[in-house]
Design a protein around this ligand. Sequence first.
Ligand code: GLA
Length: 375
Amino acid sequence: MIEFRLLDQFESHFRSKGRIFSSPGRINVIGEHTDYNQGFVLPSIIKQKFYVVMAKRGGLDPFPIVRILSSQSNETVEFNLFTPPPKPWMKYFWGVIKEMMKREREISSIDVLIYSDIPVGAGVSSSAALCSAFGLALNGIFNLGFSNLELAKIGQDTEHNYIGVKCGLMDQFASLFGKKGSFIKLDCQSLDFEYIPFDYPEISILLFNSRVKHNLAASEYNLRRDSCERVVDVLKFNYPNIQSLRDVLLIDLMNSQNFIDEIDFKRALYVLEENQRVLNLCESLKNGDISSLVTLLLASHEGLSKQYEVSCSELDYLVESAYNSPGIIGARMMGGGFGGCTINFVKTDLKEQFVEKMCTQFEKKYLKTAIYYDI
Ligand code: GLA
């Protein structure tokens, strides 16, 4: 088992015993760019995880030191808590600790081993899994008493304050609350949630990687959020109680169209429609009806691609190919966009034919090996 191997590796490297913690990556069935608009999302977890082995470090360091060994590269990096770390990826660890210190917790020197089998840049939230696993480890080792919801918010604040992505709470929440075999319907306004079991052996969920790393994502993502906030500001003139797009009725948005920038309007309309799609799909799934997956996922993709403009040609092509391949039930781009993966619901008995056709088409068009994940 991977856990035993990592514990052994930690012990032979640091000459002390550590404890292991882990947190998974996530998928999202529907409800994209709705979380920071206080709307609804329907994520779940994947089997790939981020692992952290951690122990307090003996001796008295003048400044607390974090030593991180990567299990994969066997390299160690070190930073102290008073100097921002040099490499961008270390900022996630630094950020989580800083956010915990802001919340008046004390953290001393630690040794850490990390390992992850979550694909990076594939839109399955490897960074949220990192922050969640690291947060769980600090919480456990130092007895900090954070709830999982607080850990999710610490992960989100790390993205906001140290990475510069003004993300919603979906990824961190899914990573910390997700259960295998269920989707989580999360209301991002009240933070109420419920598990919706998805137990259909005859249906498989596959992710196809566009092989485009979402480089634009950070800046474009924040611009989408700005658009939504501008619409809320305009609507507040006539509807002062509105806090977010979640509080906006379709009729009120329509009636205010003349006062709203054209692009902002298109994006806000997408958000309202996507929220409704989440609710519709949840209702169907709860009634054991999966027939609406096809129309709702397709409409979600169209909205993301044409109204919200966060897709790219590779993602559009993968979705189009999926709908032309055997066994498809529903497909769309997934996550923040500009690259990453598509999510595909496929009939299990036609999975092989589906994969074969998808790979052949992708490879022919992009001259790159197709990559997919069976989750
Ligand atoms: C990224 C963000 C999430 C969410 C999705 C889009 O994954 O981290 O908060 O906004 O994009 O749905």
